[in-house]
Every structure is written in C-alpha cells, then in structure tokens.
Write a protein that binds this ligand. Structure first.
Ligand SMILES: NC(=O)c1ccc[n+]([C@@H]2O[C@H](COP(=O)([O-])OP(=O)(O)OC[C@H]3O[C@@H](n4cnc5c(N)ncnc54)[C@H](OP(=O)(O)O)[C@@H]3O)[C@@H](O)[C@H]2O)c1
Length: 322
C-alpha cells in the first residue's frame, strides 16, 4: 500500500478535514443511498457543488433534503440517470453539460450486485450493463468538460467504484453478456467489477495526459442496500468466500462514512495526481496480487492494459448498437 495518513477506519470527514472544495463541481451516481449519498454529503459539506444522480426522482429529492438537513448551505442539484437505459445515460450527460460549465470530480458509484439473470432494454446482462456499460455511456460525453476543468495544480478525477468482488470473475471479452455460457450471479458481479477497474486503466491512458486522472476503488464491506438481491443461499456463498480469503476471521465491516472514505480520498489525494489508473482500498493504492488467499490487492487481470484497451473497444461497439 502507498503511504497515506488515512486507513481502513478513516471516515469521509477525516479525509476531507483540511480540504476546501469550493468552486469545484462533483457528480455522484447512485447518490440516493448507501455510499453515494454519504459521498455526496461529504463533498458538499466541504464546499463542492454536487450533482446527485439517481434513477428515482423521489429518492433524489429525499437525498437532497437529507443532506440539506445536515448542511443547510449545501449546494446540490439532482439529475435523473437510469443506468439500465443507455438513452437515459446520454440524456443525463447532456443535461449536466447544459447546467454546469465545469466538472472536477466524476464519481461513478452506483451499482447492483448479484442480480438474478436479466437483461437491460439494450440486451446487456444486468450487472455488466448497469455497473459498466451504463457508466461508460454517461462518462464518455463528459470527458471533454472534465478535461477543460482541469488545471496543472488540480487535475480532474474520475473515480469508479469497483469491489474486492472483482476477484469473483475476470471479464469474458468474448461473451460479456452471457449469451453462450451459464449465468452465475457472483461471477457476473465479478466481471462487472473487473470491468470497472479496466475502465479506469484505459481512461487513465486516454485522458490522463489531458488532465483527467482515474482510479478504481474498493470501499470495504459495508452494510447498505447493495445486498437487496441476495437470497439466503447466495448470502451463504458470500460468507464462505469471505471466510476463504480471511481464514483468521479478521474481516471487519465498515461504517458508511468509513466505506465512502476511500472514494473521497481517491478524489482528492495528491498521490493520484502523480500516479493514477490504479485500484485503491483503505485510503491507499493497493498492490497487484494474484495470491488466491490474499484479502487485499488487485488481480493482475483487472489492471492489464491490453485487456483494458480491448474492453474499451468492445464496449464502444456494444454501445453503438444501443
Ligand atoms: N457495500 C459494500 O460492501 C460494497 C463493497 C464493494 C463495492 N461496493 C460498491 O459500492 C457502490 C455503492 O454501493 P452501495 O453499497 O452504496 O449500494 P446501495 O446502497 O445499494 O446503493 C447503490 C446505489 O446505486 C443506485 N442504482 C442501482 N441501480 C441503478 C440504476 N440502474 N441506475 C441508477 N442508479 C442505480 C441505487 O439507486 P436505487 O436505490 O434507485 O436502486 C443506489 O443509489 C457499488 O458500485 C458497489 O458495487 C459496495
């Protein structure tokens, strides 16, 4: 891990304590609950204008009100974005471009986990479609604004929420949408979270030199609504997987402010201004590790630059049909 004054138990407010984000604009997907709501709250509390994006207008209004209850002067706008619907992703991006003349931080946080087999209206497998392709469709039109908002002292950032669950599956570049292989909920979550890391690697190659730095984040294990699709059987499988990589039983759940801390760390740390396209956890940059018993680190397949470039091209082809 990179040296950092923060770690697994640091909270969003610890990380942002000495940081003033006034004048910065941050967009957060999945801003209606869990880690996204806390990320939006913390960024707004430290001066950023926050665009909270989510698919449900009522939940967005409630999230905005909840933040304003805590921080009366928070500057927040809401934006409807349904990541299952590629047209909605493009419309939301265009809407952000008309209401904001800068964008400094793009936090691609929304996600689904372990959904039963399903397809988006464009025919993409649900987890790959929402967690990766929807975010890509929304991000690409925003790259130019992110680049124009960057300065030498303050590069823009794109932070993609991945997961230690990227270990559950590499991406199948030949069949990402489960057209020719049996579906497995965990493997599909794993490949979508691997895609989030590869997307960060390729974004860094493409727009890092234009002042937009990218990183993937594993937030830790946090009790949120993410488990809403888990059956008792699937939950048992998850516990078995955690036990496998934590044989000493040293797994600790994080609070929501601790879980969102790595996101806001990655969004603001000078460490990433010098070295990005990386995977972060516990408020630091993780090592690459293919040790199957390791409980931390990123698998080498998730940071492979060639696979990252291939995924980008395959994804653009898929989005062109949507
Ligand atoms: N919690 C953990 O332990 C953990 C661990 C590793 C990684 N992560 C990652 O952290 C991120 C945030 O997860 P969380 O724990 O905060 O989960 P959460 O409480 O379930 O929040 C997920 C957010 O994503 C939104 N979302 C889901 N589908 C969407 C769609 N089609 N379009 C737009 N928004 C959509 C949800 O909105 P609705 O309420 O409208 O559905 C919600 O705001 C995810 O990417 C997840 O993979 C979490």
């Amino acid at each position: 891990m990179t040296e950092s004054p923060f770690g697994a138990t640091s909270t969003t407010d610890d990380v942002l304590a000495d940081i003033d984000l006034s004048g910065h604009v941050a967009a957060v997907t999945g801003g209606t609950g869990g880690l996204g709501l806390e990320t939006g709250r913390a960024l707004a509390a430290h001066g950023a204008h926050v665009v909270l994006a989510g698919r449900d207008a009522d939940k967005l209004a409630a999230a905005q009100a909840a933040i304003r209850d805590q921080h009366g002067d928070a500057s927040i706008e809401t934006l409807v974005l349904d990541l299952t619907d590629i047209a909605s992703c493009r419309v939301a991006a265009m809407s952000l471009l008309t209401t904001n003349d800068r964008l400094d931080l793009l936090i691609n946080n929304a996600g689904v986990m372990c959904t039963p087999f399903g397809r988006t209206p464009s025919g993409f497998e649900t987890q790959f479609g929402v967690n990766h392709l929807g975010h890509m469709a929304w991000t690409v039109p925003l790259l130019d604004l992110l680049s124009r908002s960057a300065t030498a002292d303050s590069p823009s950032r794109i932070i993609n929420l991945s997961s230690a669950g990227h270990r559950f599956g590499d991406i199948d570049l030949e069949d990402p949408n489960y057209e020719h292989r049996p579906y497995d909920e965990w493997e599909a979550y794993g490949q979508s979270k691997t895609a989030n890391v590869l997307f960060s690697v390729e974004l860094e190659r493409r727009v890092g030199p234009l002042g937009v730095r990218s990183a993937a984040v594993h937030p830790g294990g946090i009790h949120t609504d993410l488990g809403r699709h888990m059956t008792p059987e699937v939950l048992t499988q998850l516990k078995a997987r955690i036990a496998q990589t934590n044989p000493d039983g040293d797994f600790s759940w994080k609070s929501i402010p601790q879980g969102a801390a790595t996101t806001v760390w990655a969004a603001t740390t000078p460490v990433l201004a010098a070295r990005a396209g990386v995977y972060c956890e516990d408020c630091g940059v993780a090592e690459v590790s293919d040790d199957p018993t390791a409980s931390a680190g990123v698998q080498s397949y998730a940071v492979d630059p060639q696979r990252a470039a291939t995924l980008w091209d395959r994804s653009m082809e898929m989005l062109a049909t949507a």
